[in-house]
Design a protein. Structure first.
Length: 243
């Protein structure tokens, strides 16, 4: 029997990479995605192969609606519809609001929130018609729950993902498709490498940054049969920050 396929956007590094490897270890075949980091995606592909799972790489910009539709439609026509979709890819362009440029606003909203529509729209109807009782997992952020200085654009996009996740969960529940959201706090990654770590850790009750594996393990659970009755939820992984 073929393994279940899971698409993970932004899976060449960080949380996406760790999620791809974690799910591969647990028996899923992985559809990797990158926008530009094909070399890094190929490295992940090699690691997945060593784990005994299959993978392939799709390259597209989640902010480009036509490109998403074309590539995802072609891939699912050839390989079949996915069991799971993890919307992990996103960008940040931080600036205080008075200095926030139009492009900084548009790029972040069009990528992070627009990507929700652009990636899911070509896939959800096929999941319904083929009666796939699958899993959709979105990535918000602690910024989407509480806001953050210098991130009005990012916080807006991540808060929007929470609302969209909850609404889609209601629409798809009767189809047996779960839709849940993970809101990570400060997780060790390229995006957090230049943050003032000592100062930030003082504000976190656990006094440390999270590890990508601690997010990936939650994705793995939400992807499982054991999580079939969990939908429309926002689960924070933040070491106790902003409860």
């Amino acid at each position: 029997m073929d393994k279940k396929q899971v698409l993970i956007t932004g899976s060449s590094r960080g949380i996406g990479r760790e999620t791809a490897l974690y799910l591969a270890k647990n028996g899923y075949d992985i559809v990797l995605h990158c926008n530009s980091s094909t070399a890094k995606a190929k490295e992940v592909q090699e690691e997945i192969s060593a784990l005994g799972s299959k993978s392939r790489i799709l390259q597209f910009n989640i902010a480009d609606r036509e490109e998403c539709n074309r590539i995802l439609s072609q891939d699912t026509a050839e390989y079949g519809i996915y069991y799971g979709i993890v919307l992990n890819a996103g960008i940040a362009k931080d600036n205080v609001f008075p200095l926030l440029t139009e492009s900084e606003w548009d790029d972040v909203l069009n990528t992070n929130l627009g990507g929700f529509y652009n990636v899911l729209k070509p896939l959800v109807m096929s999941m319904i018609t083929e009666k796939v009782k699958g899993r959709i997992i979105t990535m918000s952020s602690i910024s989407g729950l509480s806001g953050n200085r210098g991130q009005v654009n990012y916080s807006a996009s991540k808060a929007g993902i929470i609302g969209a996740t909850k609404a889609l969960a209601l629409e798809l529940a009767k189809r047996g498709i779960t839709v849940n959201c993970i809101a990570p706090g400060v997780i060790e990654s390229d995006m957090t490498a230049n943050l003032p770590s000592d100062e930030l850790k003082k504000a976190i009750p656990m006094k440390r940054f999270g590890k990508p594996k601690e997010v990936a393990s939650l994705v793995n659970y939400l992807m499982s049969e054991d999580a079939a009755y969990i939908t429309g939820q926002v689960i924070s992984v933040n070491g106790g920050l902003y409860q």
